[in-house]
Design a protein around this ligand. Structure first.
Ligand code: ZN
Length: 253
């Protein structure tokens, strides 16, 4: 990691924390005609259920993505529509790691996703634990398949704005010291994940003004077993909503 890269990230983080102090401060974003046309087309496909999951970057690809932006002076690559911050995967309240890798000192995420992860994810995991009759959550750890999607490639998704995380499993440490991992893949933990998704959808609706997706609280802010591209991970997002409807940059889930 170059010093330049570090400096850039720190600068972004400081700026971001000044601009967006709370969850309710969803910024207004502006798009070019071309972007709107592309969005409308892709959103149409999404609506018809033809949405293919956007490629989410591996840790190596993610590092290269940011480094290239600085080396080639392509700073527009980093021109995210929504404020960004860092998830300190090893030490934050909710910890995590990209599947098969060590936790990252810092991983860039949108402020709104980070806020929702910190404030609502433990609560929703506890609701899921209650549903299946397990214990009291002490520490929550997320094993994931990535956050960032490359905006320069189609199809775009909420990953292009770091507003979504692909969750493979939750590792839970209980107050009594036990640890248990809840794997998303398969049907073993379906009841657990169903309860989690219902809770998350409710939080997204209540705290970000998003209507229930297709009338379903369970499908609000997440994609799972109902989609053939989401059998191994649960796509978990904070969609962009304004005035009680989906702003749709990019897509509704
Ligand atoms: Zn995803």
């Amino acid at each position: 990691m170059s010093g330049k890269y570090l400096k850039g990230l720190v600068g972004t983080t400081l700026l971001v924390s000044l601009i967006s102090p709370s969850i309710s401060a969803e910024p207004q974003v502006f798009f070019t005609e071309e972007e709107l046309a592309t969005e409308a087309l892709q959103d149409h496909h999404d609506h018809e259920g033809e949405h293919h999951h956007a490629h989410t970057l591996t840790p190596e690809e993610e590092k290269r993505f940011y480094e290239e932006a600085f080396q080639k002076d392509q700073l527009d690559i980093l021109n995210f529509r929504f404020p960004q911050t860092s998830w300190r995967e090893c030490t934050d309240v909710v910890t995590g790691n990209y599947s098969g890798y060590n936790c990252a000192n810092r991983r860039q995420v949108s402020v709104i996703l980070k806020d929702f992860m910190d404030q609502y994810m433990p609560e929703c995991v506890q609701e899921a634990l209650d549903k299946v009759g397990d214990g009291e959550l002490d520490q929550l750890h997320i094993i994931h398949d990535g956050v960032l999607g490359d905006r320069r490639h189609s199809p775009r998704s909420l990953h292009a704005e770091n507003r979504a995380i692909d969750i493979r499993s939750f590792r839970v440490r209980f107050y009594d010291g036990r640890e248990k991992t809840y794997v998303f893949k398969g049907t073993t933990n379906r009841e657990f994940y169903r309860a989690f998704r219902q809770c998350w959808g409710q939080k997204v609706s209540e705290n970000n003004g998003c209507p229930y997706y297709g009338g379903s609280v369970e499908r609000t802010g997440s994609i799972g077993w109902e989609d053939r591209n989401h059998q191994n991970h649960m796509h978990t997002s904070v969609p962009y909503c304004v005035g009680g409807s989906y702003g749709s940059y990019y897509f509704r889930r």
